[in-house]
Design a protein around this ligand. Structure first.
Ligand code: ARG
Length: 458
């Protein structure tokens, strides 16, 4: 007999039972569900809907159930459809028909909404902690390699050299914005939906404010229909998670490039790489590759839930049960990705020899030569054209700007002397960019101070 079976005259078709059941995934809400019920019972007793002794019996039964859940001894049953009815059924087995009073003034619609709010509140806190650790790792590694110069790219073509620390810190600020977004989402998650019944409120004298206080919610949904059908806070989570995965995926792509022999700029610790079953020489960046790949499923979950909600009439519809799997999968994708990247960033090593070689062969000081010509009084457009000509000449002769003989420069610019070779010094190029937010060591040190202050007030 189903908990809702009163008006039915035949048993549920077995396909309906499996198709509609959510217990296989919403069992993750078990502890949150009991937490919500404990608060609900306490409130019902204080407004006189339950006697104190009834409340105590129900609460001690629920406590036993928490133990069973935590020790993996709870008997989940698909016939009980979802976590809410599984727990009520189990409570009935423990304390008898009194268990039937637990659901007074409550519907599964406001109950599941409460469970998700409670669950997501913790998830958001966990993600904020993981983001903090990752940002800390970026700062530590940036400081460790503060002297290292790295090729900077636009269009994936060599552009201007930057400090490796500067490049890493660019990601620091992306994750800082992610943290802001997740923290902001907490505000909307911090709202109590319970006490709104199936959709219209309840005839019992519930004290929603009291339940909010017990559970630590700072606000209460002012509209019962909105309370049971709002999934905005989940959409926000999925959006923020998508953006965060996008950031991880960009970093992943760079790590994949940098570790390839063609670039050869960094090496990842063995413990974060995998090998090939056939090619003995391989050391593959599987983790960044998977993070890049798994970003797709997180975007998918965002679009999936947006689509579930589009055109959905008020109030509760079973469609809303479809919110959970995408959310859980997003959590299980994002959290380990953050943890793994923290480890990867903390243990990577920079191949200084390869970087030096790469930087000695390129033209990334060209802008600086043009800038110096401007300081000699030549208009920038003309300076740009001159340096462009020298680049072309060097390329034709298989040289670089540093190895192109001075006479070649002087053909077009007789007033030029040996100083041109100083301008080509890559360290000088980096250290000249002292503007706020620039890549010079002084500017990056300033940035590191700001990053650390951000971490401290996180
Ligand atoms: N398992 C359901 C869900 O996740 C719980 C709410 C069900 N309510 C209902 N009236 N069928 O959405």
């Amino acid at each position: 007999m189903k908990l809702w079976g009163g008006r039915f005259t035949e048993a549920t078709h077995h396909l309906v039972e499996t198709y509609t059941a959510s217990i296989s995934f919403d069992k993750r809400l078990a502890v949150a569900d009991v937490t919500g019920s404990l608060a609900h019972v306490q409130m019902l007793a204080s407004v006189g809907v339950l006697t104190n002794s009834e409340a105590e019996t129900i609460q001690s039964g629920l406590q036993e159930i928490v133990e069973e859940i935590k020790t993996d001894n709870f008997p989940y049953r698909i016939e009980d459809e979802d976590i809410h009815m599984n727990i009520e059924r189990r409570l009935t087995e423990k304390i008898g028909p009194l268990a039937g009073k637990l659901h007074t003034a409550r519907s599964r619609n406001d109950q599941v909404a409460l469970d998700m709010h409670l669950y997501m509140r913790e998830v958001l806190q966990t993600i904020l902690n993981e983001l903090h650790l990752l940002m800390q790792a970026l700062v530590t590694t940036a400081e460790e390699y503060l002297d290292v110069i790295f090729p900077g790219y636009t269009h994936l073509q060599r552009a201007q050299p930057v400090l490796f620390a500067h490049h890493l810190l660019a990601y620091f600020w992306m994750f800082q914005r992610d943290a802001h977004r997740f923290r902001d989402a907490l505000k909307r998650t911090d709202c109590l939906p319970l006490g709104t019944g199936a959709l219209a409120g309840t005839t019992f004298p519930v004290n929603r404010q009291q339940v909010a206080e017990i559970l630590g919610f700072s606000t209460v949904y002012p509209n019962s229909m909105d309370a049971v059908s709002d999934r905005d806070y989940l959409l926000e989570f999925l959006s923020h998670a998508s953006i965060c995965m996008m950031h991880l995926s960009r970093l992943a792509e760079e790590m994949i490039l940098w570790t390839s022999e063609e670039f050869g700029y960094i090496e990842l610790a063995d413990r974060y790489c995998t090998g090939s079953s056939m090619m003995p020489q391989k050391k593959n960046p599987d983790v960044p590759e998977l993070v890049r790949g798994k970003t797709g499923r997180v975007y998918g979950h965002l679009i999936g839930l947006l689509t579930v909600l589009k055109g959905l009439p008020l109030a509760y519809n079973k469609d809303l049960q479809e919110d959970k799997e995408g959310i859980f999968d997003t959590i299980d994708t994002l959290i380990p990705a953050l943890q793994l990247f923290t480890g990867i960033i903390s243990t990577l090593s920079v191949r200084r020899d390869r970087l030096q070689k790469a930087l000695s062969r390129d033209f990334s000081a060209a802008t600086d030569v043009a800038d110096e010509l401007v300081r000699m009084g030549i208009p920038f457009r003309q300076a740009h054209a001159l340096v462009g000509k020298w680049v072309q000449r060097a390329l034709e002769q298989g040289l670089t700007l540093a190895t192109l003989p001075l006479e070649e420069y002087q053909k077009d610019c007789p007033e030029l002397d040996d100083r041109v070779f100083e301008w080509l010094d890559i360290r000088r190029v980096v250290e000249a960019r002292t503007s706020y937010g620039g890549t010079a060591t002084v500017a990056v040190k300033q940035q590191l101070l700001e990053a650390k202050a951000t971490l401290q007030s996180f």
